[in-house]
Design a protein around this ligand. Structure first.
Ligand code: NAG
Length: 328
């Protein structure tokens, strides 16, 4: 982000410090901070009146893979680069592979930088998801469906609550996800689950408990990723098969920070469940702000391929969460 000249003629003591405020959306806030004392006031207002000055989720810091993750299966198909600051998952005709977080988390912001399998990736699926371990499980999914060379990937998302899923949405991305690393993340608190691609919200699932829609709030989740062959369904509905002469298929990952409330033990679960202590509990993260809703609309309009919310043959009546979440 490029530097801008300061707005204040004589900067307040607050003014110089926070790097956060270089973001263009903070211009108004920065200006108000010239007037000392308004700072706290503005933060309290943020979110409650749809003001466009709410902060985006916190930026992840980079830590090595081993700090937060372990292989789930086929550990010999995971390659460590630069001491684990980057890893590669390898799929060949014998096996795919996957990894999972050491801890289980209740709420937070979970992000991963990923670069998908390049070239001919038809039939290959790369997933990044959160999932609880009990029977009526909760799950928050990103699934990247590969394609023939030059054909676009599909990003499928889904939310399971209390064992019930069938809430698929599918979009094309506005870039080639195999070209570079991009950040994929999930913000999860008591109020909403937001899927982000490079900080653009592509999907929101709000807590609609009052409408009788179950919301994930009491089961800690682990973070998972995997790479596997799914040519029975992934590409053009299973018509395009994996071309094994192009194997091995490689997906790359970096940035393994986990910004969640670790609920691995019963005591910590109780701590994480008691609300209002973490940054994601702040009012600014209870809902999307106006700009984020505009961006979500942009994704809806330009990139959506499928949305269960608008699938009347599958759901003759609109699922209650869809109407509330402005998804139709
Ligand atoms: C693959 O490319 C075809 C043709 O452009 C397209 O219809 C399809 O949506 C693409 N993605 C997948 C995963 O099938």
């Amino acid at each position: 982000m490029q530097a801008r000249p300061p707005l204040c003629k004589s900067p307040s003591p607050f003014f110089k410090t926070p790097v956060l405020f270089l973001h263009p959306r903070f211009v108004l806030l920065e200006y108000l901070m010239c007037i000392k004392g308004l700072f706290v006031f503005v933060f309290l207002l943020c979110g409650s009146f749809g003001l466009v000055i709410c902060p985006p989720p916190r930026r992840p810091v980079d830590v090595p893979f081993q700090k937060n993750y372990v292989p789930t299966w086929a550990p010999d198909h995971i390659k460590y680069i630069n001491g684990g600051s980057q890893v590669q998952l390898v799929l060949d005709k014998y096996t795919g592979t996957g990894f999972q977080s050491r801890g289980s988390f209740l709420f937070g912001h979970f992000s991963m930088r990923m670069k998908m399998v390049g070239g001919d990736s038809a039939g290959v699926v790369t997933a990044f998801y959160l999932s609880s371990e009990k029977l009526e499980h909760d799950e928050i999914d990103f699934e990247f469906l590969g394609n023939r060379t030059g054909q676009p990937y599909i990003l499928q998302t889904n939310v399971f609550s209390g064992g019930k899923g069938e809430r698929e949405q599918r979009i094309y991305l506005w870039f080639d996800p195999a070209q570079d690393f991009h950040t994929y993340s999930v913000l999860w608190n008591m109020h909403q689950i937001v899927f982000f691609v490079d900080n653009v919200p592509i999907r929101i699932f709000k807590n609609n408990g009052d409408l009788g829609v179950r919301y994930p709030f009491n089961q800690p989740m682990k973070i998972y990723s995997s790479l596997w062959n799914a040519d029975d369904w992934a590409t053009r509905g299973g018509l395009e098969k994996t071309d094994w002469s192009k194997a091995p298929f490689v997906a790359s990952y970096s940035s393994f920070h986990v910004d969640g409330c670790d609920a691995s033990s019963p005591q910590s679960l109780q701590f994480c469940a008691s609300r209002g202590r973490m940054w994601w509990d702040q009012i600014a993260f209870h809902d999307l702000d106006a700009q984020q809703y505009r961006r979500l609309q942009w994704v809806r309009k330009k990139f959506t391929i499928y949305n269960y919310c608008t699938d009347r043959s599958r759901y003759p009546t609109i699922p209650p969460e869809c109407a509330r979440d402005k998804d139709i």
